[in-house]
Design a binder for this molecule. Structure first.
Ligand code: AHG
Ligand code: MN
Ligand code: MN
Length: 341
């Protein structure tokens, strides 16, 4: 270990980084910066809840009410409440689409210029077992005039219109990774200081990799194109890595190289993942890092959403691997189309 490194200053805080970036845009009003800070603050609070979730489950340790005097709820509901509250109090957001709410949420901030789509807690099957989970968010500028509530049109924009997107991973350390369309940067949370610090500047997606991530337990239900691509990965002696938390699987492959897939299956014909708050934000990030995201046939970010909770198949990660998967999907497209009839 390089002991000299210990003498280095801890580095740039997320707040300072966001502020500096804002200086790059001379006419920026600072609202987007404030919005990103609101999200980071809610992430710290959620991080705290996650860290002590094991204790809260022990009967009597905290009682039936949490320290805020609210009834105990599942972590994904708690995370939803935290993020919505932060976005509402911040004032920059007029409307929120959340995985946890069927209808769009009007914050009451009719002057807010932004719309946020959020998966407050991703990786629900891993919440209670101390495995990495996350938060995914996507930010759009509203298209309707300010002064009134956000509209369906504001909420149904294609991913290419995102102005920022990011995720928080609550893992062996907690990180926030985001883009505003000018590269991707990662920040690690320092709990004793209560701050995120720039730890992963200019994240780039390796062109290729040797990891594939897919739920192979349901491989019988995969399209033929996916089966053939998975066989190809095995021929190449790739490693299989699948945690079952999209954020964690994506994050690993982003840093190390690899591909994550959630295809259409016989059971879920449009895949399982949601376009607005799972696929699009990660697609924006991966593209900004030099990678690729697709539904197997077209660029994820160009898909026109019809409903706020639309699902779509996802192939995401290193460019060469996503392109290879697309080749197989095209090759078997006719056979797969026949099979769903
Ligand atoms: P969420 O917890 O937000 O509902 O998302 C769960 C998603 C995603 O995180 C993960 O990759 C996928 O579901 C796992 O699904 P399977 O269990 O079907 O593999
Ligand atoms: Mn999710
Ligand atoms: Mn979720």
């Amino acid at each position: 270990m390089d002991h000299n490194k210990l003498a280095l200053p801890v580095g740039t805080t997320l707040d300072r980084f966001i502020m500096r970036k804002q200086e790059d845009f001379p006419y920026a009003t600072g609202e987007l910066s404030q919005l990103l800070r609101d999200i980071a603050l809610a992430a710290k609070i959620v991080n705290r809840e996650i860290n002590r979730s094991g204790l809260i489950d022990i009967a009597g340790a905290y009682g039936n009410r949490n320290v805020q005097g609210e009834d105990q709820q599942k972590l994904d509901v708690i995370a939803n409440i935290r993020f919505i509250r932060a976005l509402r109090n911040g004032g920059e957001v007029c409307t929120i689409i959340s995985e946890e709410d069927d209808e769009k949420i009007q914050t009451g901030n009719v002057q807010g210029k932004y719309v946020v789509a959020i998966d407050p807690l991703d990786g629900s099957s891993n919440i209670d077992v101390n495995v990495s989970i996350g938060t995914i968010f996507s930010i759009y500028r509203r298209v309707s005039p300010t002064g009134a509530e956000g509209t369906d049109q504001d909420c149904l924009q294609a991913g290419t219109h995102q102005v920022a997107a990011g995720y928080v991973i609550y893992g062996s350390s907690t990180m926030m990774v985001y883009t505003t369309g000018n590269g991707v940067n990662g920040f690690t949370y320092e709990p004793s200081l209560g701050e995120f610090f720039l730890s992963h500047p200019h994240i780039t997606s390796p062109k290729t990799g040797t990891v594939y991530s897919i739920n192979e337990g349901i491989s019988e239900d995969f399209p033929e194109g996916v089966k053939a691509f998975v066989a190809h990965c095995k021929d190449q002696h790739f490693s299989a890595r699948y945690i079952g938390s999209l954020v964690a699987d994506f994050h690993r492959n982003l840093l190390k190289g690899g591909i994550y897939m959630y295809p259409a299956t016989r059971k879920v014909q449009n895949g399982k993942l949601r376009l607005a708050y799972e696929c699009n934000p990660l697609a924006f990030i991966v593209e900004q890092a030099g990678g690729k995201a697709s539904n197997g046939f077209m660029r994820t970010m160009e898909i026109q959403p019809i409903g706020m909770h639309d699902r779509c198949p996802l192939f995401i990660g290193s460019t060469e691997l996503v392109e290879k998967a697309e080749e197989y999907m095209a090759q078997y497209a006719n056979a797969d189309a026949e099979a769903v009839k």
